[in-house]
Design a protein around this ligand. Structure first.
Ligand SMILES: NC(=O)c1ccc[n+]([C@@H]2O[C@H](COP(=O)([O-])OP(=O)(O)OC[C@H]3O[C@@H](n4cnc5c(N)ncnc54)[C@H](OP(=O)(O)O)[C@@H]3O)[C@@H](O)[C@H]2O)c1
Length: 240
């Protein structure tokens, strides 16, 4: 397969890239950190193409993505997380997170959708934080809830082009992004678990990939409870 992964320089995206490369697929590895991308390229010189760009620059996206060959799979995974102090709401912080997670995804979509083969797949990296409101995740959760909506609509809109769209909603995965968290992360899994699960489920062209199931099913159950109960449970268990 010919695959493109944004955020392939670190964490989940890097592990996905390595595992697909290990299986002999050709991977366009995207990110800003040239040094980290070169480390991946060194291991698989014949299969890696580095695309070094900022997802929140439409001009950069155009320059890097417009003339690509046709892809079997694009995984739009690049993302960031910052937490909000709601009492002192910081609109700049909110905007920083939304610009990368949501607008960055949209920038890539503009140039990548025409590059996905008929019969190919597009996966958008969200988060299980889009299932329920989590404390301090006003910016991150809102950006991921918007990604969930975006993926839902694209799944319908791109059906006629025979492009499968999948929404990926991980729980906590140990990466440099979560290493910054200062609170306990229930049912934390590692990047190998995440990559194995995502790759297995992407093969099935499913709508939703969520893991670890014991954590994400809990959130999905909480999601359908009455709002008052939902908020009570979240405040009781996740008041960090
Ligand atoms: N870890 C978790 O528990 C978890 C849970 C749910 C969802 N997710 C989602 O999974 C995705 C990957 O997260 P991770 O945990 O693997 O984090 P990570 O290790 O920090 O990796 C983030 C990746 O995104 C890229 N990136 C960030 N900002 C970018 C920008 N402005 N332009 C281009 N690339 C950018 C980074 O590349 P450069 O630094 O090279 O730019 C890096 O490769 C994110 O969308 C995150 O929201 C993670």
């Amino acid at each position: 397969m010919i695959i493109l992964i944004t955020g392939a320089s670190s964490g989940i995206g890097k592990q996905l890239a390595i595992d697909y490369l290990d299986a002999g697929h050709k991977v366009y590895c995207c990110g800003r950190n040239q040094h980290a991308l070169k480390q991946v390229e060194k291991q698989f010189p014949d299969l890696v193409t580095i695309l070094n760009f900022e997802v929140n620059s439409l001009i950069d996206c155009k320059r890097q993505l417009e003339s690509l060959e046709l892809l079997d799979l694009a995984i739009l995974n690049a993302g960031t997380c910052e937490y909000i102090d709601a009492i002192n709401f910081d609109a700049e912080l909110f905007s920083r997170v939304v610009r990368v997670n949501l607008e960055g995804t949209a920038n890539c979509l503009q140039y990548l959708i025409p590059k996905i083969k008929r019969g190919g797949s597009l996966a958008l990296m969200g988060s299980s934080s889009s299932f329920v409101p989590l404390p301090r995740a006003e910016a991150y959760g809102a950006s991921k809830a918007a990604i969930e909506y975006l993926a839902r609509t694209l799944r319908i809109s791109l059906k006629s082009a025979n492009i499968n769209v999948t929404y990926i909603a991980p729980g906590f995965v140990k990466t440099p992004l979560t290493d910054r968290n200062d609170f306990p992360m229930p049912m934390l899994v590692d990047v190998n678990f995440a990559s194995t699960h995502i790759r297995k489920e992407l093969k099935k062209r499913t709508w939703l990939i969520h893991f670890p199931r014991n954590f994400t099913w809990l959130l999905k159950i909480v999601r359908v409870l009455p709002t008052r109960v939902q908020h009570y449970l979240i405040a009781k268990t996740l008041a960090y």
